[in-house]
Design a protein around this ligand. Structure first.
Ligand SMILES: [Zn+2]
Length: 268
């Protein structure tokens, strides 16, 4: 069975060793020293490298160092199951629309106020039926995800994966050790076939949760910059930058500083 795991942070680190199958790992971030205490699969040697690449090479899994968005999400079509181990709602709404539209089962995981949650979607309701859109999608707790909750969540996910692959329907929402029954919301736009996130939204620099990196996408010529900065390969490091083909990560203490650095090195 082909499983794609989106997010290789604390929750992803706890889940990855518990699963078997043809696995693909997706993550948009770089390993930092402060990750090591909770993200147990990483070591000091991995600092500064893309998370998905480090784990993909170690477990011999396919991997992509990308930020999932409406333009690159179509590869998920090949998955039999998608597991959300991200820390942001925007990606979840996008994933929900894609998986609902393409009838791909998926599992949401989240740790809210240090309490773990898990919900699977097999077609009888969707994520948007339960969670409506909220303001400030980029904001999240800087406290990070609790390791013991992530480990607990990983075991619940492992069981749910087995259930789904044996053809059973979603068990609903699991929250703090309890199962809660979930039903389709009759006014859910996604269940009615309105896919807002799949149509694309305007991009602005975004800060990753629990990271000191900002991401820029769009207006730059990768090959030109690669030549100018003497980079090599499909992605390279330059000073505080990690430069990928379609995006740039920059280490900064604020959005203002990130924009300044980006303009200086990459261009407006
Ligand atoms: Zn729905």
């Amino acid at each position: 069975m082909k499983i794609t795991i989106i997010g290789c942070g604390t929750t992803g680190n706890a889940i990855i060793p518990l699963l078997n199958g043809k696995i693909t790992l997706i993550d948009r971030d770089i390993v930092e020293e402060k990750n090591l205490s909770r993200q147990k699969l990483f070591t000091k040697k991995d600092i500064g490298k893309p998370k998905a690449e480090v784990l993909g090479k170690r477990f011999k899994y396919a991997y992509k160092d990308i930020d999932l968005d409406y333009e690159n999400i179509s590869f998920l079509k090949k998955a039999d199951l998608v597991i959300d181990c991200t820390d942001n709602l925007e990606t979840r709404f996008l994933m929900n629309e894609f998986c609902t539209k393409n009838k791909i089962p998926w599992i949401y995981t989240g740790i809210v106020a240090s309490r773990a949650r898990m919900m699977s979607f097999t077609g009888n309701f969707c994520f948007r039926c339960i969670f409506s859109e909220v303001k400030g999608l980029e904001t999240c707790t800087t406290a990070g995800v609790d390791l013991s909750q992530a480990q607990l969540l990983a075991k619940i996910v492992q069981k749910e994966v087995e259930r789904i692959f044996s053809g059973k329907k979603s068990s609903g929402l699991w929250a703090n050790g309890e199962w809660i029954k979930v039903q389709r919301n009759p006014s859910c736009p996604v269940c009615k076939g309105n896919y807002f996130y799949l149509q694309g939204k305007k991009e602005r620099p975004i800060k990753f949760c629990g990271s000191s990196r900002y991401q820029f996408k769009g207006d730059f010529d990768f090959n030109l910059i690669k030549k100018r900065l003497h980079g090599k390969g499909n992605s390279f490091v330059y000073k505080d930058f990690y430069i990928f083909k379609e995006r740039v990560l920059v280490k900064a203490n604020s959005e203002k500083e990130a924009k300044k650095k980006f303009t200086e090195i990459i261009g407006a």
